[in-house]
Design a protein around this ligand. Structure first.
Ligand code: ZN
Length: 488
């Protein structure tokens, strides 16, 4: 390195050190180190049930004091630790501990009952910590310490909608007699929130499970479980007796359907903010088998046109999720697709990375850019989009002003590029209401469509666009919501 460069580097380093010193100095003025240490110590004392070690205390205090971490993140770090999990605290104990740590006081009865109930209903510790850190009482404490209260980014499905989670948790406790496991709770709430299942189907899933059957050997037990699981209440003796009379001349499946069809269950579902599976649109029925073939990453005329040829020959429709910056080069593919009744959807402007890696502004730019390309080609914009790689998070959902369409059957054609594999993946797995993922970039995919499309038609499938499939199944697509299939 030349001596001139060395001088520049040295000057720059000196500048950085002055900046750091100045920032450190400013923080020292605003932050109350003793109070921050007390806060960190409370995390050790109440959550880990031991005193801090000097290094741990210094590290956490410094992270808070310099603003590198906020208070909520520190608390959840302690609460989600293996050391805390091993202590096996009840929900009530956890709430009491959080009052001590975050608010430096004991719980009032109302707060204790509310938060314990929320944990019992299946919400996570992160949700609980956010509740505390959002309170004015905690904000005031943090302001007096000179630290940032913060909020945890909620990533689990069970934290997305409290009422949905409460509904599923009640299914576990009343029909299986146990608390929900985290994985099961996340799976059911994701499916309910995305409308791939509906509450009446969740009820049937739980009550018909072997685990529930093993707990409802007697008719009395079965009827009580129907009341608690479906209607959320305990029956009177006369109610139990009247259903026993019904069971004498029918079977349990009939009784379950009577409960599901009751006005009381309808009110329960509404109280949870949910709806039943919508009836199919006029002219359709769930007996009409349908499938939505979807092609991403094009257009690319040598492949796209081959697929359009076979769709045209068999009167089928499909959906093409196009990359905006490719559209001007292959405009005729896009207009031909639409003229054949196919749908053109948005697959971002340049597909350079997943939307989850982007700021809110960049997400919007990617969507608007592709919308403009489609409008230039067709004279109107798309009504659906597919995120790159199917990846999404809260930022993506709130900045994409279109329904987001993922898939239920993945051919992995981009990886295998093998006609036989693509054909067998589809024909061995396809189900009514599936959305099938492919890419109109590979000749192997076009060759597979020349086999798959005639075979699906022979099996009685109607090949529809994603929008047609949703409409046929009575689903009103919502912006920012992710859909993976419209199976019955
Ligand atoms: Zn893609």
């Amino acid at each position: 390195m030349s001596s001139f460069l060395k001088k520049i580097v040295a000057a720059f380093c000196a500048f950085l050190m002055i900046c750091n010193f100045y920032m450190g100095y400013t923080n020292k003025v605003n932050a109350d180190v003793n109070q921050i240490q007390d806060f960190v110590e409370r995390n050790y004392e109440y959550i880990l049930n031991r005193h801090s070690d000097p290094q741990g205390l210094a590290t956490w205090t410094n992270l808070l004091q310099t603003g590198q971490m906020d208070a909520a993140s520190v608390v959840i770090g302690f609460l989600d630790s293996e050391e805390y999990t091993k202590q096996n605290h009840s929900h009530g104990e956890t709430v009491e501990i959080l009052y001590r740590v975050m608010l430096s006081r004991t719980a009032d009865p109302d707060g204790y009952n509310t938060w314990t109930g929320i944990l019992d209903d299946g919400m996570s510790y992160s949700y609980l910590v956010n509740g505390f850190s959002g309170s004015q009482e905690f904000k005031n404490l943090c302001a007096s310490y000179g630290i940032n209260p913060g909020q945890i980014t909620l990533v689990e499905s069970r934290d997305a909608n409290y009422l949905t989670t409460k509904f599923v948790s009640n299914c576990y406790s009343s029909m299986l007699g146990r608390p929900a496991d985290r994985g099961g709770l996340n799976d059911w709430t994701l499916a309910l929130n995305n409308h791939t299942v509906y509450p009446e189907e969740v009820i049937r899933g739980f009550i018909n499970s072997p685990e529930c059957a093993s707990k409802t050997v007697s008719d009395d037990d079965f009827i009580v479980v129907c009341y608690k699981g479906i209607l959320g209440r305990t029956p009177s003796n006369s109610e139990v007796q009247s259903w026993k009379d019904v069971l004498a001349t029918s079977d349990r499946a009939f009784v379950i359907e009577c409960f599901i069809a009751s006005e009381e269950f309808s009110n329960t579902v509404a109280a949870y903010g949910m709806t039943f599976r919508p009836a199919p649109a006029p002219g359709y029925s769930y007996d009409t088998k349908m499938v939505a073939l979807t092609f991403d990453d094009g257009p690319y005329s040598p492949v796209t046109n081959r697929i359009l040829d076979v769709l045209e020959a068999y009167g089928g429709h499909a959906t093409f999720f196009v990359v905006g910056n490719r559209v001007p080069y292959y405009t005729s593919c896009v207009t031909r697709a639409e003229s054949l009744g196919c749908e053109v959807g948005n697959h971002t402007y340049d597909h350079r990375t997943t939307l989850t890696n982007m700021s809110a502004g960049s997400v919007r730019d990617e969507i608007v850019g592709c919308n403009n390309s489609i409008t230039n080609a067709l004279g109107h914009g798309p009504v659906i989009m597919r995120p790159v790689g199917g990846a999404y998070n809260a930022t993506v959902c709130s900045n994409v002003d279109l329904p987001m369409i993922n898939w239920s059957l993945d051919t992995q054609d981009w990886k295998n590029r093998n006609t036989d594999i693509i054909v067998s993946r589809i024909l061995n797995n396809v189900r009514d209401g599936d959305i099938i993922l492919m890419h109109d970039l590979y000749p192997a995919t076009a060759a597979a469509m020349e086999i798959v499309i005639p075979e699906l038609v022979r099996r009685g499938y109607t090949l529809v666009t994603v929008s047609e499939l949703a409409e046929a199944r009575g689903v009103d697509l919502q912006n920012g919501t992710v859909y993976t299939s419209f199976r019955p």
